[in-house]
Design a protein around this ligand. Sequence first.
Ligand code: NAD
Ligand code: ISE
Length: 336
Amino acid sequence: MTLQIGVVGCGAIGQDHIRRLTCTLSGARVVAVNDIDPQQAQHAVTAYGLNAEVYVDGHALIDAPDVQAVLVTSWGPTHEEFVLKSIARGKPVFCEKPLAVTAEGCMRIIEAEQAHGRRLVQVGFMRPYDAGYRALKAVIDSGTIGVPLMLHCAHRNPSVGERYTTDMAITDTLIHELDVLRWMLGEDYVSAQVVYPKRSRSASPHLADPQIVLLETTSGVRIDVEIFVNCQYGYDIQCEVVGESGIAKLPDPPTVSLKHAARNGSAIMTDWKERFIASYDVELQAFIDGVRNGALTGPSSWDGYAAAVAADACVLAQKSGKVEQITLPAQPAFYP
Ligand code: NAD
Ligand code: ISE
């Protein structure tokens, strides 16, 4: 049976997910679309030749009897209401990060999902599906480099728009590292601090860029993450794990090594959509398969909550300049 999906939010990633649902993945079909800007929704229908109803209201789309599962790809502050609505209707929902913009919002979703009695939510954290991160985790788990002691990471974007503010370095950007490093190490965070290097002249006046986030995990692993969203040269994700007896590094995407015009080099990607294209495919196929098999396995509401709790502490640390504690309640058995 083909899973009939309704999409709320047809911006950059909404359109990209509609494309993969329509052209790349199997077992699902987009039957309804919505955007607060109706032209965006209509554009998705035209661009991908969808046989889909356009709804002016996301809640009406979720209510529609032919919508069996929901994709929430609207702006972050709207995620909580659409996820709660999907749970209230008993419909599985894939929600792009962040699950909600506050930890309290994520907790309301967790409570609603548990009250429903079975998992309905998958969060759009795609990096645990990335082949490079999976290979890195396999090396750590094999014990080859001994116990991890330190991680050196970087999340660099070529540039960001005017609307991007200092706190978004955490809530929009670092949130991926907060999720994937926790998954990779199998540990939660206990503290965070943010320090500001010399500011780039490419950053807008309301953005401190770059930033360095220092995290500590329960067992004492120290992590530094450079967030630099106006680095100019490309979209560059780095992660190096220093263990007791060796170092393991996230592979760069494969590109041709080129010797030309008295230079030796290789291309660097500039677009996050391309860098993680395979992981987006795998995460969304996992959602479709999970719904059809009656068991979701991808990043859960609890993962969304854990990342949000850490992000809240990082935003506090941005403002206080101090080391801020991160405290997670015990993980409910509902989320094994
Ligand atoms: P975008 O601004 O391009 O698109 C967001 C869309 O949501 C817009 O078309 C806007 O009109 C629509 N919208 C806003 N409020 C709405 C509402 N109440 N109802 C319906 N539609 C509404 O942004 P984007 O880059 O597509 O990001 C969307 C979400 O996806 C964000 O939460 C972002 O963090 C996340 N995202 C995740 C990744 C990833 O790597 N996993 C990448 C990009 C974006
Ligand atoms: C964007 O919203 C994403 O989620 C991308 O994966 C991330 O790398 C980028 O920095 C964000 O702006």
